[in-house]
Ligand binder design. Structure first.
Ligand SMILES: *Cc1c(COP(=O)(O)O)cnc(C)c1O
Length: 459
């Protein structure tokens, strides 16, 4: 609140704030014209899994505010750590200087990620972490005398962010097509996404078939390939498409056999989302690079980290004149506030049985969603841990999708807002990715409202 104003002068309604917003703000991933008819929701406060707008309406955050929030909004533990750090050291250049929050966080990340990931490079958002991993992989091969390796293999339907490098290795047409003339050309390997299974084909059998296809790609291209980049277990922005962990173990073997790196983008699936702390654990694999962001700070501040092996680190370690150093930086690299908040987030994992609670909540969510399988406009209900998705189709037998222009998902979103839920379907995919602090009653509410919204959307 501005000083010198009393409460009633300062208080602005949803309408006031939405009108002001439209004058100067340009929102992400948004056709601003939509907001001539759909009012922007001005959130003034958060509390646990709930968001509260200027008129006092409440919304259950069913999508963890773009998949970042783990332990609730305005979490008191995290807020206290942040305030303490802000009074101590808010930021310092991270070249030549270091600080306790960044080095302690590096120690913790090395301890909890798969064994063999020993070096931590910080950046400040997910896309930047992807840029770092791509550049580092390329540069590793170059430092080792393999400058001919300049390409990346990515999976169909993958999403790794929207800066030019990250977008290059993404395969979601909605985000990529416009910018295609500016992008690197990846080699696309078919995703093990179970949606594409043949009738009767198990997820494991599909994973094996897709590994065979990847092998053929590497047989032809390995000499020019730096790395294969994947979202382990769940391709999130591509529509919450899921696959069997065998694909990851097979990928590890292929990367070893063909001398290419394995980049695991755990930006969305890391920190307990899939049932294990990291999705790679379900396949027992160690990637060469692991990218972390989103849940890393519990959803409080932007921060990302790229973990890699000592073998990668050593390829850059030499006399300055060798020209081998990784000369990449961001102004806010290793920001102390963000690192401190990440440490507090990890402390919550240590102090509370988070994964155990999530297993119970995930089972509850699965049971509530199960009846939707019978729905004539639902082709698939799928779930991996605390990510569940319901895929709407125009025709169930042929799986014909609704045309994107019909914006069926938008109707679910609008119905959700009326009924105290923030749901934000990806096209025809209605998904659930709640903060870990929801309870069973809140899950019931989310699912009930989603089902009502789906009924309206397909009517
Ligand atoms: C969100 C996301 C990114 C990009 O992170 P930003 O912080 O939005 O740049 C990259 N990869 C995956 C899998 C993501 O879900």
């Amino acid at each position: 609140m501005m000083s010198g104003m009393n409460d009633s002068e300062a208080r602005q309604t949803n309408r006031d704030l939405a009108a002001r917003d439209l004058r100067h703000v340009w929102h992400p991933c948004t056709q601003m014209h939509d907001h001539e008819t759909i009012p922007m929701v001005p959130i003034v406060r958060g509390e646990g899994a709930w968001l509260i707008d200027a008129d006092g309406n409440r919304y259950l955050d069913g999508i963890s505010s773009w998949w970042v929030n783990l332990f609730g909004h305005a979490n008191p533990r995290i807020a206290a750590a942040l305030a303490d750090q802000a009074r101590t050291l808010e930021h310092v250049i991270f070249a030549g200087c270091t600080h306790e929050p960044a080095l302690h966080l590096a120690e913790k990340l090395v301890a909890i990620t798969p064994q063999g990931l020993e070096r931590v490079f910080y950046a400040d958002n997910g896309s930047s972490a992807i840029e770092v991993a791509l550049k580092m992989s390329f540069h590793y091969w170059r430092n080792r005398g393999h400058g001919e390796k300049t390409r990346f293999v990515a999976l169909t339907g993958s999403y790794h962010g929207e800066t030019l490098g990250a977008l290059s290795v993404s395969d979601v047409a909605l985000y990529r097509a416009t910018y295609a003339p500016l992008l690197l050309e990846p080699i696309l390997a078919p995703s093990p996404d179970t949606w594409d299974a043949e009738p009767g084909e198990t997820p494991a059998a599909l994973a094996a078939r897709r590994l065979g296809e990847l092998r053929r790609i590497l047989e032809r291209h390995a000499g020019e390939v730096c790395a294969v980049i994947v979202e382990p277990l769940v391709q999130c922005a591509g529509g919450m498409r899921m696959y069997h962990p065998d694909y990851l173990s097979g990928l590890r073997t292929l990367c070893d056999d063909f001398d290419v790196h394995f980049i695991a983008d755990e930006i969305a699936v890391g920190f307990g989302r899939t049932g294990t702390l990291f999705a790679c654990e379900q396949a027992g694999v160690r990637p060469d690079f692991m990218c972390l962001s989103k849940g890393l700070t519990g959803g409080t501040l932007p921060l990302s980290a790229v973990l890699t092996t000592d073998a990668v680190y050593q390829a850059f370690y030499d006399e300055y004149a060798s020209g081998k150093a990784f000369l990449h930086s961001h102004s806010y690299t290793g920001n102390p506030l963000a690192c401190r908040v990440a440490l507090e987030t990890l402390a919550i994992f240590e102090d509370e049985p988070v994964l155990e609670n999530n297993r119970r909540l995930a089972a509850h969510l699965a049971a509530r969603l199960a009846p939707l399988r019978e729905h004539p406009q639902v082709a698939d209900v799928r779930q991996t841990g605390m990510i569940a998705a319901v895929e709407l189709v125009k025709d169930k037998t042929s799986r014909t999708p609704y045309p994107a222009a019909e914006r069926r998902g938008l109707r679910v979103y609008l119905h959700g807002l009326k009924r105290e839920c923030l749901l934000r379907p990806l096209g025809n995919v209605v998904y659930f990715m709640p903060p870990y602090v929801v309870d069973e009653g809140e899950i019931d509410h989310l699912v009930e409202v989603a089902i009502e919204g789906i009924e309206r959307a397909v009517a």
